[in-house]
Design a protein around this ligand. Structure first.
Ligand code: NAD
Length: 441
């Protein structure tokens, strides 16, 4: 099938690449000329396991191309994916300007019937707005005769395993009431739907809400566990024991119930906020979601609070090693990352940071490169040298079994603030560390 994808970010690029890999002919359109040029040369702007090879191979095979030429893009595809950003507006609601711009572009250039597939995360009712935009532009062109359908097909990939998630999706949500469109979508996704039927067809509004409900449920699990961890800390209990104790109930399960330093990234914070705004718009008080958000904002400050207390409130002139800058492992994405909240608080208190992350060093350089109270270190060991303590923010594999003797040797004092519960408190104590976990004694 000939497929056009608007947007070459985490979602659009991965989607384009996996569709090309099974034999579809994909053209990805982006307004960022620099990005498009680099993609043509096989330079991938983001770190995502397996993506570089997939893009290079399929580009070389002539099944995946990149362009800024929207007209050529629209002309190419039998279906048009919208996979552009929906960042939070000032009031937290999803900013739809990029989505609606793409709708306008598609309507400006389409010559025959089209299926417009919305992959961006958008509030309930957006498909109606996209439909209205398409109709308005076609009308203005005098081409109201051209028919189209707008499908909601939200994306559930996880950054860090985006390629694998798209190649083996848990479910493919298709929001449309048009039977012909369902057939086209089934054909498009058939290579990913062989083991058992993963396609769930529903009305457009339910599909739009499914995406928000999924992310909000996951965010709720995190905030809930963080709340229980904070309680455990104060009640003399151990959250690790509690986690295993509750996870053993299949209704709860072991997945996604790790306490930590709060969720970040480009999706959970903005999607929780956007659903709260959607509820506000219809005068519905989304009490659970508001609590999830407020617990998370507080949780992001807990590592700093522990550091502050340990040093008696005096952090001026101190140096901290920070391990992990990306908002989670296997990505270089630092949007809304808890590491940023910690580092900014440390700087505010007059401390210095020696930071290391396996993939997010370039991004850190881009965000904070001009600061003289930040040293970007080439290895995790280098970050420790002469620091007053180590703070662990992201649970990268490489941090899970470090050389503790070397840590002790490099740090000025053997103090570890572990925001991910990577180590056993008792073992750390035996090794001579002052150790702080989350929800642990
Ligand atoms: P992104 O910011 O990484 O990429 C968006 C891309 O769209 C950019 O390259 C931008 O230049 C391009 N763009 C903007 N306007 C355009 C236009 N008019 N024409 C063509 N290209 C245009 O965004 P992302 O992380 O890929 O997210 C895209 C959407 O998918 C968002 O709604 C997001 O919430 C959703 N989503 C993201 C993830 C994730 O993990 N990142 C997962 C599921 C869903």
């Amino acid at each position: 099938m000939n497929v056009t994808v608007f947007g070459t970010g985490y979602v659009g690029l991965v989607q384009g690449a996996i569709l090309a890999d099974v034999g579809h002919h994909v053209v990805c359109v982006d307004v960022d000329a620099d990005k498009v040029e680099r993609l043509k040369q096989g330079i991938i702007p983001i770190y995502e396991p397996g993506l570089e090879q997939l893009v290079k191979e399929n580009h070389a095979a002539g099944r995946l191309d990149f362009t800024t030429d929207a007209e050529a893009g629209v002309t190419h595809g039998q279906v048009q994916f919208i996979a552009v950003g929906t960042p939070p507006d000032e009031d937290g609601s999803a900013d739809l300007q990029y989505v609606l711009k793409v709708a306008e572009t598609i309507a400006t250039y389409m010559q025959g019937e089209q299926i417009v597939i919305d992959k961006s995360t958008v509030p309930v009712g957006t498909a109606d707005k996209v439909r209205a935009k398409l109709a308005e532009v076609l009308e203005a062109r005098g081409r109201a005769d051209l028919s189209f359908d707008v499908v909601s097909n939200p994306e559930f990939l996880k950054e860090g395993s985006a390629v694998a998630d798209c190649q083996k999706p848990d479910r493919i949500i298709i929001g449309t009431e048009n039977a012909e469109t369902v057939e086209v979508m089934r054909e498009l996704y058939a290579p990913f739907n062989r083991n058992h039927d993963k396609i769930i067809v529903m009305d457009v509004r339910s599909a739009e809400l499914t995406k928000y409900a999924a992310n909000c449920m996951l965010a709720t699990k995190i905030s809930f566990m963080n709340e229980i961890a904070n309680l455990a800390e104060r009640l003399g209990a151990d959250i690790e024991a509690v986690r295993q104790g509750i996870g053993s109930d299949p209704r709860i399960g072991y997945h996604f119930i790790y306490p930590g330093v709060g969720y970040g990234g480009s999706c959970f914070p903005k999607d929780v906020q956007a659903l709260i705004r959607t509820a506000d718009d219809i005068d519905f008080d989304a009490k659970v979601l508001k609590a999830v958000e407020s617990r998370n904002m507080e949780q992001k400050t807990t590592l700093f609070q522990k550091i502050h207390k340990h040093f008696g409130g005096d952090l001026a002139g101190k140096t901290f090693a920070v391990w992990g800058l990306a908002f989670k492992p296997n990505t270089d994405d630092m949007r809304e990352a808890p590491s940023r909240v910690l580092m900014e608080a440390l700087w505010q208190a007059g401390a210095k940071v020696q930071a290391y992350d396996p993939e997010a060093m370039e991004e850190t350089q881009r965000l904070y490169g001009s600061r003289d109270d930040l040293s970007l270190c080439g290895t995790k060991e280098a970050a420790l040298k002469g620091a007053d303590a180590l703070a662990i923010v992201t649970d990268w594999q490489t941090f899970k079994a470090p050389d503790f003797d070397a840590i002790k040797e490099q740090l000025r004092a053997p103090t570890v603030f572990d925001g991910r519960n990577l180590y056993e408190p008792k073992r750390m104590q035996r090794k001579g560390f002052t150790y702080y976990g989350v929800g642990r004694q």
